[in-house]
Design a protein around this ligand. Structure first.
Ligand code: ZN
Length: 136
């Protein structure tokens, strides 16, 4: 399977503005922008670092995936997913399904930053929520 690089690391946080302040002011990494993805109930901040990116995710609702992650993590944030860049997400999904990988998304969907994404179920990946990510 063709995997180009780690596209980004998705990190759940409980306070996005404090996180942005820490990374910008303390670590000196510039925030590349923020975006709200309504159907995933998240507000996202992007921090490109070298050839990859940190993606900070704050929940905008009590029942979204980030809210559930933080609840399961005893109220703390943490690494929620790892995203791998693929050149063709449709064929990557088909290849993984053919290999018996359980997908959360059988079709690509919209991801923050304008990417096309699909999640693999942690049951199939050794416990990590793995995201496939195609960008044009
Ligand atoms: Zn992601």
């Amino acid at each position: 399977m063709d995997i180009a690089k780690v596209d980004h690391i998705g990190i759940a946080v409980t306070n996005l503005s404090e996180t942005i302040k820490f990374y910008e002011e303390t670590l000196g990494i510039k925030c590349h922008g923020t975006e709200e993805v309504a159907d995933q109930k998240v507000r996202v901040a992007f921090f490109p670092v070298g050839d990859t990116e940190l993606e900070f995710l704050e929940s905008t609702g009590d029942d979204g995936p980030i809210a559930k992650f933080i609840e399961a993590n005893k109220g703390r944030g943490g690494i929620q997913h790892v995203a791998l860049r693929v050149p063709d997400i449709v064929s990557a999904i088909a290849e993984l399904k053919a290999k018996g990988v359980q997908m959360i998304d059988n079709e690509p969907r919209y991801g923050a930053g304008g990417a096309s994404i699909a999640f693999c179920h942690p049951k199939s990946t050794g416990g990590i929520l793995l995201e496939l990510c195609e960008r044009n």
